[in-house]
Design a protein around this ligand. Structure first.
Ligand SMILES: Nc1ncnc2c1ncn2[C@@H]1O[C@H](COP(=O)(O)OP(=O)(O)OP(=O)(O)O)[C@@H](O)[C@H]1O
Ligand SMILES: [Mg+2]
Length: 254
């Protein structure tokens, strides 16, 4: 097994998750060297501008180059910190990149991040661009989660068939019965609440659900969400960060 650092920045744009692990691709030894690092304000603000209209943003090459560099540098700093505190030099870095646009039906999923620059900054090999390669091979662009969840199910000796649900910005599920491995996005996760509190209260997220726990579910809105065509579609299927936000259902109601 070799030391590898995995760098993940999810759909909620909350920052960079990093883990130093020992693995050979099928077996895993965790270490205590893991970190969660929010993006710096400059990067966050720039990402906000980008996320307002990613399609238009990606047409402006200079902006894209600047944001790509910022994101890459932030990932490099996170990895450098882990290398420093662990004293372990990774032989490989897994670099997801920040998704700014995801539309697998058009074979497009764009992650910002420069793998070559990261490799240069960290002086080690970097694997990146998982999503595009997966989409070009007929996938929905999120190839890693089901493989990891399958590992968890087996490692925890959970009775099969088993599912794991991962609720981040978007919620996704993995099904594993010993033969068939299936994974897809089930719907929005915390991103609707994030968006709502950012829009209305200028807060980043509803910490520990404190705000939500003060109220009662509005089933009319729930119903409206559940009427969305996405829930009738059979997998494979996946969601862009903004798919449900764009519908503005809750904006109409408040
Ligand atoms: N203490 C907390 N209370 C409420 N919500 C939280 C808390 N901590 C994190 N969150 C929410 O969880 C989400 C971040 O989780 P995570 O990093 O797993 O998701 P992500 O960045 O979208 O990644 P992925 O795309 O892999 O799902 C954000 O939407 C954030 O608002
Ligand atoms: Mg995250």
């Amino acid at each position: 097994m070799i030391p590898i650092i995995g760098l993940m920045s999810g759909t909620s744009v909350d920052g960079i998750d990093a883990s130093l692990v020992f693995t050979n691709g099928t077996k895993l030894d965790r270490t205590s060297f893991n970190s969660i690092t929010p993006y710096r304000e400059e990067t966050q603000n720039f990402l906000k501008i980008c996320n307002k209209n990613p399609k238009r943003f990606k047409e402006k090459k200079e902006q894209v180059a600047r944001l790509t560099k910022l994101i890459t540098n932030e990932h490099a700093n996170v990895a450098k910190k882990l290398i420093k505190i662990s004293g372990i030099k990774p032989e490989l870095i897994g670099f997801h990149g920040q998704t700014i646009y995801h539309n697998p039906s058009n074979l497009v999923s764009i992650q910002l991040g420069d793998g070559k620059l990261l490799s240069k900054l960290l002086k080690t090999n970097v694997v990146f661009n998982f999503r595009s390669s997966d989409i070009l091979n007929g996938g929905q662009g999120a190839p890693i989660a089901p493989i990891y969840h399958k590992y968890l199910i087996e490692n925890l000796k959970i009775k099969l068939p088993a599912v794991i649900i991962n609720i981040g910005g978007i919620s996704n599920i993995t099904y594993w019965d010993g033969e068939n491995l299936l994974g897809f996005d089930t719907g929005p996760g915390n991103n609707l609440m994030d968006h709502y509190v950012q829009m209305i209260l200028n807060k980043k997220f509803d910490k520990n659900g404190d705000l939500a726990s003060l109220g009662t579910p509005n089933f009319a809105i729930v119903e409206e969400f559940l009427n969305q065509n996405y829930f009738n579609m059979v997998p494979p299927k996946s969601l862009d960060r903004t798919t449900f936000i764009k519908n503005n259902i809750y904006k109409k109601k408040f």
